[in-house]
Design a binder for this molecule. Sequence first.
Ligand SMILES: NC(=O)c1ccc[n+]([C@@H]2O[C@H](COP(=O)([O-])OP(=O)(O)OC[C@H]3O[C@@H](n4cnc5c(N)ncnc54)[C@H](O)[C@@H]3O)[C@@H](O)[C@H]2O)c1
Length: 318
Amino acid sequence: MQILVTGGAGFIGSNLVDALVDEGHEVVVVDNLSSGKRENLNPAARFYELDICDPMLEEVFRKEKIDYVNHHAAQIDVRHSVADPVDDARANILGLLNLLENCRKYGVKGVVFASSGGVVYGEPTKLPAAEKFPKGPQSPYGVSKLTSEFYLAYYAGVMNLPYIALRYANVYGPRQDPHGEAGVVAIFGQKMLRGETPVIYGDGEQVRDYVYVGDVVRANLLALKRLQEGGISCGSGGCAINDFAYNIGTGEGTSVNRLFELLKEITGFTGEPEYGPERKGELRKIYLDVGKAKAELGWEPEVELREGLRRTVEYLAG
Ligand SMILES: NC(=O)c1ccc[n+]([C@@H]2O[C@H](COP(=O)([O-])OP(=O)(O)OC[C@H]3O[C@@H](n4cnc5c(N)ncnc54)[C@H](O)[C@@H]3O)[C@@H](O)[C@H]2O)c1
């Protein structure tokens, strides 16, 4: 089977490409290397250095016989999306549309989309947040992820293009980008290994759901399997965004203070954190209900936080 992974030179995308290659799939990668790295590229994958907004993307679909698309390319920096919402929408919305139009034209059988459970719900009034909870993105990045899900539901309902949206919690692990939603792990880990003091913004009691990249990769493989098995079709009223969306997290919340303590133990750092001013617009508390992914995809997180952090620190230490 031939799979196109957009963003396959990035953190999550490259870990996924490695797993797909190991499973014996033919993999094509499209990435503009804006945050991805050439050294992350799996040599067995065919690589196109290309922006997903580029009209030349059609050449990739013309040349390769793509069965499934796994869409990980995106502008991922929440603060950049606030500073330049047009640039965020260009990559995350127009890029998605360029991709979906090619999927439609070239008969792609299904799409897996990397959405974000960390941003689409806003500040939930009840925890853990389940897929059907009200949506309330609080940044242009969150709006672009949620908008993408609406476009996918439209293409599924009207154009018959099946999809699964995986709403990730805060993903951490080897090759992690410090600008991503779980950037704090890479930033703290790197600083502590150098003996430098990390800064905690606010009181450190902000709570997030940290999920290990290996578990996220497994969720993608199961989503692909589910698409292959078929049966993903919309009712006569079309698709709703929650129908084929799955939270991918651990179901557990961890505060920044707790994360600091765990990383301190693992790195052997001896100092205390420095506290800085609270960051405006930051959510207070979110973690995800992952029961739907367990029931319908057969997916559960397997790597416990301490072990995942240990593997990440080992990677950061080189
Ligand atoms: N890391 C997280 O915690 C997290 C959480 C929720 C959702 N996600 C989503 O998962 C996906 C992967 O995130 P990541 O953390 O691996 O980030 P990343 O920055 O490491 O990966 C994104 C990749 O996409 C490429 N890219 C960006 N814009 C592009 C464009 N216009 N054309 C072609 N390639 C482009 C980058 O070069 C990079 O290789 C993103 O869609 C992100 O929104 C990540």
